[in-house]
Design a protein around this ligand. Structure first.
Ligand code: NAD
Length: 389
């Protein structure tokens, strides 16, 4: 379906659209980038040249390759220029009405063989596709930020998507050098769903004053092997982004308490303490500010790691149980999309599923909250003496 000659269209040249265009052009595809904002187009053009110059400086690519990539990307302010595309990836503002309207316009421009994809993080692909007269050619192709560096891409067929088209898109994105996983069209897909407890359980422990944020971060980094602790990571992502993802996933799951957002994080957002980018978040990044020191209490650290990890495993298990993705895709998604040190299901096998279940049941007994209910599949596997792999 796709060849090296297939022209890729990108709608929106913000953080994601520009990165996606660079990825496609680096793989040798002519790429046409459309944006309705002339200033954004100009900015993207400049940033592309800077990004390519940096890669040449670091000897990641040759000057010839950089010039080749640059020539393959065409920026335009006319949607009609996308008509030659074989695949169009939309990466505009995260708003369902605006996306539906753009997809409707796209259908009137492109050929009948063109595939239409959205890079949405949180909206329903099925709902975006419902605006189209041919929803079978619409799917989600979800890159992570920055698209040029993050290896993972989630492929999300909607209810009406033709699976042959979805499989061809997966092969195309694989040919870009990315690692792809297939996920059902459900809130947060794989990564943005399974990762929620990394933040929310850490926030819960913090709010209950069982440990301070520096100690929680230390435990997850030093004892768990995560690259960053939950609080430093939330500060890096920005609370405007991280809180909104949590709230969106929670609402879309009909307010399931397992996804409930945190008031402490909401207050930071209200105060404009967005994290690193605003100089303050959970931590204070202003010059000379005191940095809290972790307690480095081994027993407490192990409790923190075990509690957050078991909640992550429970979410991964539910994602498997509900057929959202395969076990290998769930583990790949978390290691390649958010750099977890191990796949969660493989990690659970290593710890012992009975041990994970004991920990979850202990939390459930203590709190009496549905949030801590163990996944049915985990209970079944323990009963049968089986593992995930
Ligand atoms: N930023 C992230 O970390 C991230 C990660 C994965 C997915 N996403 C998703 O990717 C999409 C884009 O996010 P972003 O961070 O690149 O946004 P952004 O705000 O950086 O860029 C959006 C671009 O779209 C353009 N645009 C807006 N409405 C348009 C329209 N109607 N027609 C044409 N162009 C239009 C804007 O001018 C802007 O240049 C969103 O759906 C977002 O959820 C974002």
């Amino acid at each position: 379906m796709f060849t090296k000659d297939s022209i890729i269209g990108v709608v929106g040249c913000g953080a994601m659209g520009s990165g996606i265009a660079q990825v496609a052009a680096t793989a040798g595809h002519k790429t046409i980038v459309y944006d309705s904002n002339a200033a954004a187009l100009e900015r993207a053009r400049t940033q592309l040249e800077e990004s390519l110059a940096k890669l040449v400086g670091k000897q990641k690519i040759s000057a010839e390759k950089a010039s080749e990539i640059s020539k393959l990307i065409v920026f335009t302010g006319a949607l009609a220029d996308l008509k030659v595309s074989k695949l169009v990836i939309e990466a505009i503002v995260e708003n369902i009405e605006v996306k539906q309207s753009v997809f409707r316009q796209l259908e009137s421009v492109v050929t009948e063989h063109c595939v239409l994809a959205s890079n949405t993080s949180s909206l329903s692909i099925t709902s975006i596709a419902s605006a189209c007269s041919r929803p079978e050619r619409v799917l989600g192709i979800h890159f992570f930020n920055p698209a040029t560096l993050m290896p993972l891409v989630e492929i999300i067929p909607g209810i009406a998507t033709d699976m042959v088209i979805a499989n061809h898109c997966q092969a195309l994105v694989n040919s870009f050098g990315k690692v792809t996983v297939m996920a059902k069209d459900t809130p947060g897909f794989i990564v943005n769903r399974v990762a929620r407890p990394f933040y929310s359980e850490a926030l819960r422990i913090y709010e209950e004053q069982l440990a301070d944020m520096a100690t929680i971060d230390w435990a997850m980094r030093e004892l768990g092997g995560f690259k960053m602790g939950p609080f430093e990571l939330m500060d890096l992502i920005g609370h405007d982004v991280n809180y909104i993802v949590t709230e969106t996933v929670w609402k879309q799951f009909y307010y399931d308490p397992r996804f409930k957002p945190s008031l402490s994080q909401k207050r930071l957002l209200e105060a404009g303490f967005l994290g690193r980018k605003s100089g303050r978040g959970f931590y204070d990044y202003r010059e000379g500010a005191d940095q809290p020191k972790p307690l480095k209490d081994e027993a407490l650290g192990k409790y923190i790691l075990n509690r957050i990890l078991c909640m992550l495993i429970n979410e991964a298990c539910d994602t498997l149980y509900l057929g959202i993705a395969s076990a290998t895709d769930i583990d790949l998604a978390m290691t390649k999309g958010v750099n977890y040190p191990k796949g969660l299901l493989a990690w659970a096998d290593e710890i012992g599923l009975a041990q994970v279940l004991v920990s979850l049941n202990a939390l459930y007994d203590e709190y009496g909250e549905d949030r801590y209910r163990a996944c049915v599949k985990l209970k079944q596997l323990v009963k049968q003496g089986k593992l995930f792999y």
